[in-house]
Write a protein that binds this ligand. Structure first.
Ligand code: DX5
Ligand code: ZN
Length: 236
């Protein structure tokens, strides 16, 4: 079943606990936390102290998306702050295997993130180690950007690779997930949907999270119905 991960990047930081609680009531099942360092991406956001406060505000898993140049230096700090899932960029990790080992060694669930221009095929050796693969469907750094359509093909290829390799990792999508894009994203095979602007941008995160999730679930139901019809037509 698809899940919604509200991204606090677009939330009102002065009321963070309330914003997170509202997004949770709207159906969010993990909180997406964007960590930006001003080097790897052209923006600055937050670090372990905010994760520590968030840990007190919610019981949901904290999905920390590290957009930073040297993530290894901060893995321990995020673990101590209470992060549950930690994903690092392929493009920022010359020793990706070592970084994923480090995340695992601190008891967190590791993910690998791919920028729009990075091919999913490059992940083949590392896939057995990851809990999730995060496909960036915008160039990372800012909320409220437009979904890049070729990301759908990447999701599709990743679904195929997962099947071929017999693996279980989750496919997460981040950037431009909104009412007009969510059906195609779900139909391509993504199951973890990150949304910032579409949840927090309209001033009513509970209502907007719930509407977006409903649209995602509807697309999922339609998709499985058409798959079943396909199977049936093959049998007859
Ligand atoms: C962008 C971040 C995203 C961001 C998505 O670099 O990684 O998590 O919050 O924002 P929307 O959903 O507004 O595109
Ligand atoms: Zn993110």
């Amino acid at each position: 079943m698809v899940e919604l991960l509200p991204s606090i990047l677009s939330a009102d930081f002065s009321r963070l606990a309330d914003e997170v609680a509202a997004a949770e009531r709207g159906g969010g099942t993990a909180i997406h936390v964007d960590v930006m360092d001003g080097h790897f991406v052209p923006n600055l956001t937050l670090g372990p102290p905010v994760v520590k406060s968030l840990r007190k505000a919610t019981k949901l898993p904290l999905d920390c998306h590290l957009m930073m140049a040297n993530p290894n230096d901060f893995i321990a700090a995020f673990a101590d702050a209470g992060a549950d899932w930690v994903s690092v960029h392929y493009e920022a990790c010359p020793h990706l295997h070592r970084t994923l080992e480090l995340i695992l060694s601190r008891g967190m669930r590791p993910g690998v993130v791919l920028n729009p221009a990075t091919r999913v095929d490059l992940m083949v050796e590392i896939l057995p180690m990851v809990h999730h693969v995060l496909i960036m469907s915008v160039n990372p750094g800012f909320g409220g950007q437009e979904f890049i359509p070729f990301s759908l093909g990447k999701i599709h290829r990743l679904v195929h690779m997962r099947r071929e390799l017999g693996l279980q990792f989750k496919i997460e999508v981040d950037g431009g997930v909104a009412h007009d894009t969510v059906a195609a994203i779900v139909q391509a095979g993504a199951e973890l949907l990150v949304a910032g602007n579409a949840v927090f941008g309209g001033g009513n995160p509970e209502r907007d999270a719930s509407a977006l999730l409903a649209a995602a679930r509807q697309a999922e139901d339609l998709d499985s119905a058409s798959r079943m019809a396909d199977e049936k037509s093959k049998i007859h």
